[in-house]
Ligand binder design. Structure first.
Ligand code: ADP
Length: 493
């Protein structure tokens, strides 16, 4: 471990393999603050050799971790939760300087993680199977849930801290050991911090391993995970385009792959909705973390009678969001993660404007801080409105609709299927409409972005598959049929 920038409080910069930090001294790459381009750390640039070691360690640790008593696993998860809570201020600061995360989302990430760890602490006590009826006299049949083995995770930079805990805690709570490869955009907040916390909590050597790598080297690390017979499951959070590459490769290796991907999440606001609540839910859903969360709202479909009043109130609330340096506690909108992200957001907004879209507010940037942007009168063929492309930033399309049927039809015109929301004063109608969404998540009278670690978040269609919370047991265990047979058998030959 080396301390490279005391201002950032980042001390951990090397791989964590088999309970130890790799010795510094090999190749490194700079880890930038997306707001001011300061180098906050130099991170070890791992390659296939480090990845091989990071896979061998959890393979060796697996039998021991799988056999660890639920009470001991519970003790470790609770300790990790306490350490995370104790380090809150430092984690919030690291999230700001490494990933551009402003204080509201950083605190959210920490609390979400603490809650998840405390919930996961009890999952070792969930039932591990069922006794099954059999047609054969004397046969006692059991469906017994077993952990898979080593689960290899890819953690993202956006919800770097909490989504990395999700990638780690879900498989581990059900008895799997884990290797993760954090995103090169936020290797500390998306994995190295977690290794520090797990080590302090006393998780056994090899149960959690972290291998970090320079930009451009993800595929080489990923190939080690895919090719290793020890890795029994791939656990990916990221974009649909990368997921297609990984799913094809995992298919060749016949490895299951859990995919938490993006979305084009619509919000429907019906004429009987509580207008003030609808506006608040939209601002939060669209602009939390600069719109860089897979559950963020991308389009609002508003029934015509309240459309203008809704848009006026939304524009006023949005224009008042403070933007700038995410280390300032008052900042709400921080920078986008990198120049590529700023270029993509700006290009999509400019394309919509060129096709005739009206800028209600925003559509300007200061450095990498892109102002929260609302577009109206957007032609259906503008990329931001298409539904097939996720614009991963603070850009919201608002459209007027004649009725709920039209809203539903337009909301569903997307290959994604992550989240959706309906704001209405009529709960029965809301629930009826909710049943008709082809998404993994739908909320009535809440934003598209609802973050509770116990709830089964996850998508359908191009948004992937797999569910969080204790529902992840389906993804990270397999059933072994076990029978005990008494008496002589009778066989057809
Ligand atoms: P984003 O561009 O928003 O970071 P990606 O889906 O490209 O989302 O990246 C998510 C994760 O996938 C990161 O950990 C990244 O290192 C990894 N990744 C990107 N491209 C590849 C690839 N070709 N093979 C393996 N992993 C990849």
């Amino acid at each position: 471990m080396t301390s490279l920038d005391t201002r950032s409080a980042i001390t951990t910069t090397t791989h964590f393999i088999n309970g130890s930090w790799s010795r510094p001294g090999g190749p490194t790459f700079p880890d930038y603050n997306p707001f001011d381009d300061q180098v906050v750390a130099r991170i070890a640039a791992g390659g296939p050799a480090e990845a091989e070691a990071a896979v061998a360690a959890p393979q060796a640790a697996f039998p021991g971790w799988a056999a660890t008593a639920p009470a001991e696993r519970q003790r470790l998860f609770l300790k990790a939760a306490d350490i995370t809570e104790r380090r809150r201020a430092e984690i919030v600061r690291i999230l700001a300087v490494e990933s551009g995360c402003s204080a509201p989302f950083a605190h959210f990430q920490v609390q979400w993680s603490v809650n998840l760890l405390r919930q996961a602490a009890n999952w070792g006590y969930l039932p591990v199977g069922e006794v099954l009826p059999s047609d054969t006299p004397g046969r006692f049949a059991m469906a017994v849930r077993k952990p898979l083995g080593v689960v290899a995770g890819f953690t993202p930079w956006n919800g770097a801290f909490n989504l990395a805990w999700r990638t780690i805690a879900l498989p581990m709570a059900f008895g799997n050991t884990v290797v993760i490869k954090p995103s090169e955009e936020a290797p500390v907040s998306a994995g190295l911090l977690h290794a520090e916390i797990a080590a302090e909590a006393g998780f056994p050597a090899g149960s959690l391993n972290v291998v970090v790598h320079a930009p451009g080297d993800a595929a080489a690390i990923s190939e080690v995970f895919m090719a290793s017979p020890a890795v029994r499951c791939i656990n990916f959070t990221g974009s649909a385009s990368t997921a297609r590459i990984l799913a094809e490769r995992a298919g060749r290796a016949l490895k299951p792959i859990v995919l938490e991907l993006g979305g084009y999440n619509p919000m429907i606001v019906l004429a009987d909705a509580d207008l003030a609540h609808a506006v608040d839910a939209t601002v939060f859903g669209a602009f939390f973390h600069q719109g860089q969360i897979c559950l963020c709202t991308r389009k609002v479909l508003v029934e015509r009678p309240i459309h203008d009043a809704f848009l006026d109130a939304l524009a006023a609330r949005t224009a008042a969001l403070s933007s700038g340096d995410p280390t300032e506690p008052s900042t709400v909108i921080g920078p986008l993660i990198n120049d590529r992200a700023v270029r993509q957001v700006a290009a999509r907004v400019e394309e919509a404007i060129a096709r005739g879209a009206r800028v209600v507010t925003g559509a300007a940037s200061h450095g990498r801080v892109y102002e929260p942007t609302i577009l109206a009168d957007v032609p259906r063929d503008a990329v931001v409105a298409l539904g097939s492309e996720e614009t991963f930033g603070p850009v919201l399309v608002v459209e007027a609709v004649e009725d709920a049927e039209e809203a539903l039809e337009r909301a569903q015109a997307t290959p994604y299927g992550l989240s959706a929301a309906i704001m209405t004063g009529d709960q029965d109608r809301g629930l009826d409409l909710a049943q008709r969404f082809d998404t993994g998540i739908v909320h009535v009278n809440a934003p598209t972005l609802v973050g509770e670690p116990s709830l089964p978040n996850g998508g359908v269609k191009d948004s992937g598959w797999g569910r969080s919370g204790h529902y992840a047991r389906e993804d990270f265990t397999e059933i072994r049929l076990t029978t005990l047979n008494r008496g002589a058998g009778r066989y057809p030959i």
